[in-house]
Design a protein around this ligand. Structure first.
Ligand code: F0G
Length: 459
């Protein structure tokens, strides 16, 4: 008999989780103003809100924590991280930050100014937030096929070079702060960007004189997909592929809470010393001195180790398999999900799942609430709530896809947990025709409202 697949790790420490009753969950989510961010973690049985900072660190990472150097300046942990970053990404200069959005804040303080245009492939919400906060505009040039969730294409995270060139052509160069390439493309469903696409972006960027920044939160998953899907890369290692990806960029921002499997941390990588120096001033103001930037020495040690573990093929294979298991189970039940399955999450098309809920009533949020009520599972709305209001007209922006994201934390849940989630989502699918109303906003913040919004359930 062929031996079945097994994860390339075993479990050394466990954390108890508790089931709850439907009545308890109803009470908790109502008191949380129907916003899943407001729930306490004990009120959640399986937490798929995010794969960010929620991964399980390894014995080697915990070991590295014990040897962290907490010196204010020039800590050995800083140099250990510097070497790991140089080795994995090829970037000579780097600045530590406390997480990814802090890296965006520091770098965009140099690169983005009022009136600028920042094209890319579906900027993540904090990235867009930092651009719009500076009264600049993020222009999404993602390929059209990404919007067809059923279309099978290996690289639905790509930028459309035609759309990108149009933006570069019609914008004066002094207003082009940078191009941001997000790998994998979180907003478009955790879909990867091909090496060919990164190369094409580099060529355009050179022609129009614009720097390219890679938002690298899930760069290792992207490299894994290049290895397994793109011609010519099957024999290359994930790390070789990652280095080639970064070779097409002038800099990178990193949320280490994803593919570096740490609970907190981030950094900016630079090729150019001048840019590094300019950004250093902002890092000192916003984050901390340039050799710690908001991270403790122990966190930098765990991150240096995590960069290596996160780029191991066997680990990436087990991770993407588990995400695909969830996708396969719920799509077999008929639930409309984005295919091919992304690297970190399964995205459900809430518009098609709950067609009776009016678009103005946030169908994806209603679906996320129902999945919580069904099984104590926390997911995230990636739809009209997250898309926020147009900064000029203040009208709700309706993204083309109204989605719910089930993000799988790294090395945390077993396949039994995944099967439980699939069963709960299937139960909601089977009673979907009874769900006809959504939610209304009672209170919202002026920017990035989805984190703190308070809602009322309609019907
Ligand atoms: N870029 C991407 C592509 C992201 O997915 C995130 C965070 C960030 C930047 C910001 O990094 O959280 O460390 O400040 N994404 C999380 C998520 C929050 O749930 O997808 P951060």
């Amino acid at each position: 008999m062929t031996l079945p697949y097994c994860e390339p790790f075993k479990i050394k420490m466990v954390e108890s989780v508790r089931q709850s009753t439907l009545a308890e969950r109803h009470d908790w989510i109502r008191k949380a103003s129907w916003n899943l961010f407001n729930l306490r973690s004990e009120q959640v049985f399986i937490d798929l809100l995010t794969d960010s900072g929620t991964g399980a660190m390894s014995d080697k990472q915990w070991g590295a924590i014990m040897t962290g150097d907490e010196s204010y300046a020039g800590a050995s942990s800083y140099y250990r991280l510097k070497e790991a970053i140089k080795d994995i990404t090829g970037f000579e200069y780097f600045l530590p930050t406390h997480q990814g959005r802090a890296a965006e804040n520091v770098l965009f303080s140099v690169l983005v100014k009022e009136g600028d245009i920042i094209p890319g492939n579906a900027h993540f919400d904090t990235t867009k937030g930092h651009i719009e906060f500076r009264k600049a505009r993020a222009v999404d040039c993602t390929v059209d096929i990404a919007r067809d969730i059923t279309a099978v294409d290996p690289f639905k995270g790509n930028v459309d070079p035609g759309k990108l060139e149009q933006v570069l052509k019609e914008t004066p160069v002094e207003k082009l702060g940078c191009i941001v390439m997000t790998v994998t493309n979180n907003t478009a469903g955790g879909q990867p960007v091909s090496m060919a696409n990164l190369r094409a972006v580099r060529e355009l960027a050179d022609r129009y004189g614009v720097p390219v920044i890679i938002d690298s939160a899930r760069f290792a998953e992207n490299a894994f997909f290049i290895k397994t899907r793109e011609e010519g890369y099957g024999e290359k290692s994930v790390r070789e592929i990652a280095r080639e990806m970064f070779s097409y960029a002038d800099g990178m921002t990193m949320s280490s809470k994803k593919d570096a499997i740490v609970n907190i941390g981030g950094f900016i990588g630079f090729r150019d010393r001048d840019l590094f120096r300019k950004a250093s001033t902002y890092n000192i103001m916003f984050e901390g001195f340039i050799t710690y930037g908001g991270m403790s020495g122990r966190d930098m040690n765990a991150l240096a180790q995590g960069l290596y573990e996160g780029t191991e093929f066997d680990y990436l294979e087990s991770r993407t398999r588990q995400v695909a298991r969830l996708g396969e189970k719920i799509s077999a039940a008929g639930v409309p999900v984005q295919v091919p399955f992304g690297g970190h999450a399964i995205f459900i098309d809430a518009g098609r799942f709950l067609p009776l809920v009016p678009a103005e009533e946030f169908p994806a949020q209603r679906l996320a609430v129902e999945i919580y009520l069904e099984g104590g599972i926390r997911s995230a709305e990636i739809g009209t709530l997250m898309a926020d209001r147009d900064p000029v007209t203040r009208l709700n922006r309706h993204p083309e896809l109204e989605m719910v994201r089930l993000a799988v934390p790294r090395r945390v849940y077993t396949d039994n947990h995944i099967d439980y989630v699939a069963a709960a989502v299937t139960n909601v699918w089977e009673r979907r025709q009874h769900i006809t109303r959504g939610l209304a906003i009672r209170w919202e913040a002026p920017i990035m409202r989805h984190f703190t919004v308070e809602l009322d359930l309609l019907g």
